[in-house]
Design a protein around this ligand. Structure first.
Ligand code: AMP
Length: 113
């Protein structure tokens, strides 16, 4: 099976703007930012989407959210931020490798489009 674009980024085969990396995940800037700050928290383990996550992924999923929270602090999003996970066609998922979007730096409207 081919590698996902995010695996190629992790393996440094495709360049990206890395903001953070640890044993379990990477954080990169989104190439098509939808807000002044827009980054992606991506697990090193390939889980295609949140809908395919398993019970055994519980700690990893928690780690992704806590990493998003820490990144929000590091990136000085004191005024607020939004965390998004798109799932499937109707959810707007375009890359089949689970990732958490962290957006901030402007007032984000609700409901989303
Ligand atoms: P989603 O639509 O939720 O699957 O999000 C995929 C995200 O990955 C989009 O916001 C894209 O802009 C972003 N993306 C795709 N390719 C790259 C890349 N090479 N570097 C950084 N972000 C990317």
């Amino acid at each position: 099976m081919g590698q996902t674009i995010f695996q190629n980024i992790m393996n440094r085969k495709i360049p990206a703007d890395f903001l953070y990396e640890d044993e379990h995940c990477i954080v990169i800037r989104d190439i098509n930012a939808q807000a002044p700050t827009h980054c992606l928290i991506i697990p090193k383990k390939l889980i295609s989407r949140i809908g395919d996550a398993a019970e055994e992924d519980q700690n990893l999923l928690g780690h992704l959210l806590l990493t998003a929270k820490k990144m929000a602090k590091k990136l000085k999003l004191e005024a607020g931020f939004r965390i998004i996970i798109n799932n499937g066609k109707d959810g707007g998922e375009t890359v089949p490798h689970l990732h958490v979007h962290l957006l901030g730096g402007r007032s984000l409207i609700w409901p989303p489009g």
